[in-house]
Design a protein around this ligand. Structure first.
Ligand SMILES: Cc1cc2nc3c(=O)[nH]c(=O)nc-3n(C[C@H](O)[C@H](O)[C@H](O)COP(=O)(O)OP(=O)(O)OC[C@H]3O[C@@H](n4cnc5c(N)ncnc54)[C@H](O)[C@@H]3O)c2cc1C
Ligand code: FES
Length: 307
């Protein structure tokens, strides 16, 4: 792991909004861009008052010296990043790359499955398998057509691409598991499936591949605190063993992950998360009210046109 000092600031050089909750940030960080590998993540602290949150590297470009994150605004920190991270703004700290890089082995045929936001973190793995000479089948799924992002980018790393939507507005009507079943029915020689998305989606994919005995890798996003294997916050049950997602993962054998335990652990902090979210909403409301009063006051003191 290589770290930068807290006094460094990391500028946002690109911002792209995919929907009202999902957005992309490209960040200048030459050292990290050079060291990054597929499957790794960073821990970001947006400002002096914020908390540290883990985010997967959705892309990295050593030549440009940038890393790309795709973020879903779900709570206090991600929503404040959605509001404040614009081109030209900076992040206080971006630490990484963390976690064990994905194993890009000798698999000749790989299916890379991305569910919703999971499309972004699975992209570097699809590209690495493709660059390594594997035949890559991409399966990407969204709730509806309007939420689709990176379809062309993903297609560039795949030999075949299956798009799925829950409501049938684009591609196959159904979840990614339907697309995965279709790929397995067509190709009898799949060596590996990589599935990234919400736990329920990764569990669904693991259950699809289990009867076929296809090695299945999932990325476990348990709640992380230090990200260094010290606090135990990110512990996950893998078969009969306990592992820490931050240092032993985040990639694990999907057939061994105890998804019920993972789900239970992910909801442990719901009351305090809801409280922080509520405080954030209240501060946004107060800021908006103050801005309105200021605007009214400056209008009142401005001389009327022609006087
Ligand atoms: C290895 C890893 C990679 C991740 N990659 C991405 C990514 O690329 N894009 C993305 O949008 N999100 C990613 N996440 C999830 C992201 O870290 C959480 O959404 C974020 O921490 C939520 O913080 P919040 O204050 O906005 O919301 P909160 O209201 O605090 O939390 C909302 C939900 O996010 C999860 N969460 C909260 N805190 C953490 C934490 N410290 N670590 C992990 N999960 C947490 C919990 O399930 C919680 O219920 C990743 C998580 C992990 C562990
Ligand atoms: S986040 Fe503390 S041990 Fe993994």
């Amino acid at each position: 792991m290589n770290t930068e000092t807290l006094t460094s600031r990391f500028p946002v050089v690109t911002r792209q909004d995919f929907s009202d909750v999902t957005f992309l940030l490209e960040i200048k960080h030459p050292m990290l861009a050079k060291a990054a590998k597929p499957g790794q993540f960073v821990i970001v602290m947006p400002d002096e008052h914020g908390e540290r949150i883990p985010l997967t590297l959705a892309d990295f470009d050593a030549k440009k010296g940038t890393i790309t994150l795709v973020i879903q605004a779900v709570g206090k920190t991600t929503r404040s990043m959605q509001r404040d991270c614009q081109v030209g703004s900076t992040l206080l700290s971006v630490v990484g790359p963390m976690g064990i890089p994905s194993h890009i082995g000798k698999a000749k045929k790989v299916v890379c499955v991305g569910g919703g936001l999971g499309v972004a973190p699975v992209f570097p793995q699809a590209r690495a398998h493709h660059d390594g000479g594997a035949y890559v089948i991409g399966v990407i799924g969204f709730r509806t057509k309007e939420l689709i992002f990176w379809q062309d980018k993903f297609a560039s790393a795949c030999d075949e691409l299956i798009v799925c939507t829950d409501d049938g507005s684009a591609g196959i009507h159904g979840r990614v598991t339907v697309g995965l079943e279709q790929a397995i029915a067509k190709h009898k020689d799949i060596d590996e499936v990589v599935a990234i998305g919400p736990p329920v989606m990764m569990k669904g994919c693991a259950e699809v591949t289990r009867p076929h005995g296809i090695h299945t890798v999932v990325s476990v996003n348990s709640v992380m605190v230090d990200g260094t294997g010290m606090c135990g916050g990110c512990r996950v049950k893998i078969g009969d063993q306990v592992r820490f997602a931050c240092v032993d993962g985040p990639d694990f054998d999907g057939h061994l992950v105890d998804f019920d335990d993972l789900n239970a652990r992910l909801t442990r902090f719901k009351p305090s998360e809801a409280e922080a979210n509520q405080r954030f909403e209240e501060s946004c409301r107060l800021q908006a009210a103050a801005a309105k009063v200021e605007a009214q006051a400056s209008n009142a003191t401005r001389p009327a046109a022609g006087k």
